[in-house]
Design a protein around this ligand. Structure first.
Ligand SMILES: Cc1cc2nc3c(=O)[nH]c(=O)nc-3n(C[C@H](O)[C@H](O)[C@H](O)COP(=O)(O)OP(=O)(O)OC[C@H]3O[C@@H](n4cnc5c(N)ncnc54)[C@H](O)[C@@H]3O)c2cc1C
Length: 316
C-alpha cells in the first residue's frame, strides 16, 4: 500500500472509535493462530463508517476483506495487500426488529436482527434469554453472524440459512443493499447473491425468523448439541474446524482417515489424531505449513479414492 493511500485512510478514520492499523499479523485474528500480515486493519463500529470506508477504498482502488471471529480463514504467508475489516459496536448487537428488545410477533415467529459482527454465542444466548428457538444446532460454532451467513454455516443437519429472513449488506462502493432470503442462493457452506459469492459485500446485519420456545428447553437443546461435539472434535488446539467440505455422499474425515493420514505432519501443522478433517496448528505452524499439508492430503485422497477435496477454510 502506498504512503499516500495510508495517509488518506488515516485522515478518513482519525476521529473514529478504532484507529486504522498497518502491517498487522493476522495470526492473532485466526483460530488457526497462523497467517501472514494485512497491509491495514480496522474495527468498524457503525454503518455510516462502514459505508464511508468502502466508498473511499473503491475510489482509492484498494481491496478489502471482512473477517468475523476468524474461525474459518487462513491468510497466506504472502499477506493481504488491502484493508481487513472487523465489525464491532452497533454492527455486533442483537435486537428485535422493533429495536427495543421486545419480541415482535410476525406470522408464526419473531424477527430478530443481529449485527454481522455479533458472535454466534452471544446471539444464541440472547435468543435463549428471550425464549426464542430455532438455531440451537449452531451452539459451539465459534463464528460470527456475518461469517456464518457468508459460509451458510451449519451442523447436525441444520444450516443458518434455514432461519434467515433477510440481510443488510454494504457493497464494494459503499451502498447499502437489503436482500430478502429469496434472493440469496444458499447451498452447502456457500451463500451467493446474483450468482457471486458474498466476498464483494459485507453483511452488516442479518434478520432471522425465530420461534417462541421455553427458555429451559432451548438451553438444554444447546447443551445437548454442545455435548455432541465433545470428544468428536479436538479440544484446546488451534484449528479452523473442518478443513475440507464433505464430498457428496461421503465425509472428508472418513476419506482422510482411511488414507492413513491421521497424525500426518508438515512442519507445525498436523492432521488431528482425534478428527481427520481437522488440521491443527501444534504451536508454531506457518500458513505455508498448513497449505502444504492441505495439498498433501488432497493429493493422497485423490490418488487413493479418486475424490477431489475442496477446502472449506477460506484461503485469503
Ligand atoms: C472448533 C471449530 C468448530 C467449527 N464447527 C463448525 C460447524 O459445526 N459448522 C460450520 O459450518 N462451521 C464450523 N466451523 C467453522 C466456522 O466457525 C464457521 O464457518 C463460521 O461461520 C465462520 O465465522 P467467522 O465469523 O469466524 O468467519 P471468518 O472465519 O472470520 O470468515 C469466514 C468467511 O466469511 C467472510 N465473512 C466474515 N464476516 C463477514 C461479514 N460480516 N460479511 C460478509 N462476509 C463475511 C470472510 O471474509 C471469510 O470469507 C468451526 C470452526 C472451529 C474453529
Amino acid at each position: 500500500m502506498k504512503r499516500q493511500q495510508r495517509e488518506e485512510l488515516v485522515a478518513l478514520t482519525k476521529n473514529w472509535p478504532s484507529a486504522m492499523c498497518f502491517d498487522v499479523p493476522m495470526a492473532s485474528y485466526s483460530t488457526l493462530r497462523a497467517g501472514g500480515r494485512a497491509a491495514a486493519f480496522i474495527d468498524i463500529h457503525g454503518l455510516a463508517e462502514l459505508q464511508a470506508l468502502l466508498g473511499q477504498l473503491h475510489e482509492q482502488g484498494l481491496v478489502f476483506r471482512v473477517i468475523g471471529r476468524g474461525s474459518n480463514i487462513l491468510v497466506t504467508d504472502k499477506g493481504f495487500p488491502g484493508v481487513m475489516i472487523r465489525l464491532k459496536g452497533e454492527l455486533a448487537r442483537v435486537a428485535s426488529v422493533a429495536g427495543s428488545g421486545r419480541r415482535v410477533p410476525e406470522e408464526d415467529g419473531a424477527l430478530i436482527n443481529a449485527g454481522g459482527g455479533c458472535s454466534l454465542a452471544s446471539f444464541l444466548s440472547w435468543c435463549t434469554k428471550q425464549g426464542l428457538s430455532g438455531l440451537e444446532f449452531m451452539a459451539g460454532i465459534p463464528g460470527s453472524v456475518g461469517g456464518a451467513v457468508r459460509m451458510n454455516a451449519g451442523a447436525l443437519g441444520g444450516e443458518i440459512g434455514d432461519r434467515l429472513h433477510s440481510v443488510e449488506c454494504v457493497d464494494g462502493s459503499g451502498s447499502l443493499i437489503r436482500v430478502p432470503r429469496a434472493e440469496l442462493r444458499l447451498s452447502y457452506r456457500k451463500a451467493e447473491l446474483a450468482g457471486k459469492e458474498l466476498d464483494g459485500v459485507i453483511v452488516a446485519s442479518a434478520c432471522f425468523r425465530m420461534q417462541p420456545g421455553v427458555q429451559e428447553e432451548i438451553r438444554s437443546r444447546c447443551a445437548g448439541f454442545l455435548a455432541q461435539r465433545k470428544g468428536k472434535q479436538p479440544a484446546g488446539v488451534a484449528s479452523a474446524g473442518s478443513f475440507f467440505k464433505n464430498p457428496v455422499g461421503d465425509a472428508a474425515g472418513r476419506l482422510i482417515e482411511a488414507a492413513g493420514l491421521k497424525g500426518h505432519r508438515c512442519g507445525g501443522a498436523m492432521v488431528s489424531p482425534v478428527h481427520a478433517n481437522f488440521i491443527v496448528n501444534t504451536g508454531k505452524s506457518s500458513a505455508t505449513d498448513i497449505l502444504t499439508l492441505m495439498e498433501q492430503v488432497q493429493e493422497t485422497v485423490l490418488q487413493k479414492f479418486a475424490v477431489s477435496l475442496e477446502p472449506e477454510v477460506e484461503i485469503i
